[in-house]
Design a protein around this ligand. Structure first.
Ligand SMILES: Cc1cc2nc3c(=O)[nH]c(=O)nc-3n(C[C@H](O)[C@H](O)[C@H](O)COP(=O)(O)OP(=O)(O)OC[C@H]3O[C@@H](n4cnc5c(N)ncnc54)[C@H](O)[C@@H]3O)c2cc1C
Length: 391
């Protein structure tokens, strides 16, 4: 027997849960399917277990996509303030950590519980723990097989996310479905991911655990936050952010001591000629990093003994320290996937596929990738809302 619904949502992650709840509360009969044993697994591990559920500075320019304008409509119609209102209605305590990033005071479990409660209010049928079988389409209906059952509905929502962190149940299912329905896929790649160093630069790996504030740059993108040296290369928020813009072969530069004005080393020489370069750098950088930087700069001794030319060159190098990563730590460690289902084939108002009426794509499955700091969840909520209101 085929079970009938108004909509089948594939993937009970952030976007799928919110979309199902939105449609359900509008009176739609919704089936929400996930192959994982429980819904919202990535939400549970997000933000170090506290879920950075939105960012108050959300704006379209904080998202990467082949179509820079696509996210505008959905983001403007469901804002961080809207999601915060929901969080507060559930009495979930929250705080702003930094840079507009809102986290739960308690646990990410509260966000999952809230979303499940919202689904329950909408009478959503949630089914987890069975692999998806064949997804078929004909006569205006989508059919989904799962756990020995078959359901059909005039609307199908792809909310299966991207392949980052496969051990959490992430797959490339969205792209297989996209191809099945004739939608294009923008080459997926790991984003918000640590970068690896090899060869000459492997030396920096010895600094594993050392962290300092930098401005990381790649192309036109620049992020001022902490960088962390790891046993494989570079991580920390500044590097994760810049990794989303990095392409293989490109140089990433880090500006050490970003508050120092041009000429600062030469000025220090005039003011304190007997002070060593090592000491001056150590006033703003961790000691182990200073050792490596001094060795690389090939400078040592008192500032007074160093020429202005050498100090100017050192300033310039410290302001644009070049790293050429040999790769990234890949989907296994990537917080998100950049690329995905091409937004060119979707309505920015409803997330519906232009050529396949009734088919919707939301969340990370689509080619919209946010910066680190709550932007990806805000896209999940906003795109889910847009589809949930349109179904
Ligand atoms: C460690 C980590 C921390 C993060 N922290 C934050 C944060 O604090 N703030 C932030 O904004 N973003 C964060 N992110 C990113 C954020 O989790 C994602 O962008 C967001 O979850 C995307 O929502 P989604 O619903 O599109 O996909 P997901 O939440 O990934 O949900 C997809 C769902 O589809 C299911 N699924 C996949 N394949 C299949 C299949 N074949 N059959 C059936 N079901 C399937 C999965 O089991 C999953 O439940 C973090 C990511 C990671 C990995």
């Amino acid at each position: 027997m085929i079970e009938t619904y108004d909509a089948i949502v594939l993937g009970a992650g952030a976007a799928g849960l919110f979309c199902a709840a939105t449609a359900g509360q509008r009176g739609k009969r919704v089936l929400l399917l996930d192959h994982a044993d429980q819904p919202g697994k990535k939400i549970l591990i997000s933000g170090g277990g506290r879920c950075n559920f939105t960012n108050m500075h959300t704006a379209p320019d904080r998202y990467l996509s082949s179509n820079a304008h696509f996210a505008k409509s959905a983001l403007s119609r469901y804002t961080p303030a809207d999601f915060l209102e929901l969080v507060e209605a559930y009495g979930i305590a929250w705080h702003e950590k930094t840079l507009g990033q809102l986290f739960c005071d308690g646990s990410a479990k509260q966000i999952v519980a809230m979303l499940l409660e919202e689904c329950a209010k909408g009478g959503v049928a949630v089914h987890c723990g069975d692999a998806l079988g064949e997804i078929a389409h004909g006569d205006g209906l989508f059919r989904a097989a799962f756990g020995g059952r078959v359901a059909s509905a005039p609307a199908l929502v792809i909310a299966t996310g991207g392949p980052s962190i496969p051990k959490m149940g992430a797959t490339g299912a969205a792209y297989d479905l996209a191809r099945q329905f004739g939608l294009k896929v923008v080459q997926p790649r790991p984003a918000l991911v640590p970068l690896t160093l090899a060869g000459d630069e492997a030396l920096f790996r010895d600094l594993s655990g050392v962290s300092t504030e930098v401005i990381a740059r790649c192309g036109k993108a620049a992020f001022r936050e902490a960088a962390l040296f790891t046993h494989r290369g570079l991580s920390g928020p500044a590097i994760l952010q810049i990794s989303s813009y990095w392409q293989r072969g490109q140089t990433v530069t880090t500006q050490f001591l970003p508050d120092r004005a041009e000429g600062w080393l030469r000025e220090a020489k005039r003011e304190r000629p007997r002070t060593s370069l090592r000491k001056v750098l150590g006033e703003g950088l961790p000691e182990r990093l200073v050792d490596v930087l001094c060795a690389r700069l090939g400078l040592s001794g008192e500032l007074g003994a160093l020429s202005d030319k050498a100090l100017a060159a050192a300033e310039a190098t410290l302001a644009r320290w070049p790293f050429v990563p040999d790769g990234s730590e890949g989907f296994a460690k990537a917080e998100v996937t950049a690329g995905g289902i091409d937004t060119g084939g979707l309505s920015s108002k409803t997330m519906e596929a232009r050529k396949v009426p009734g088919l919707y794509v939301i969340g990370e499955a689509a080619d919209v990738t946010g910066w680190l700091g709550g932007y990806n969840f805000q896209w999940a909520w906003a795109s889910a809302r847009a589809a949930g209101l349109a179904i």
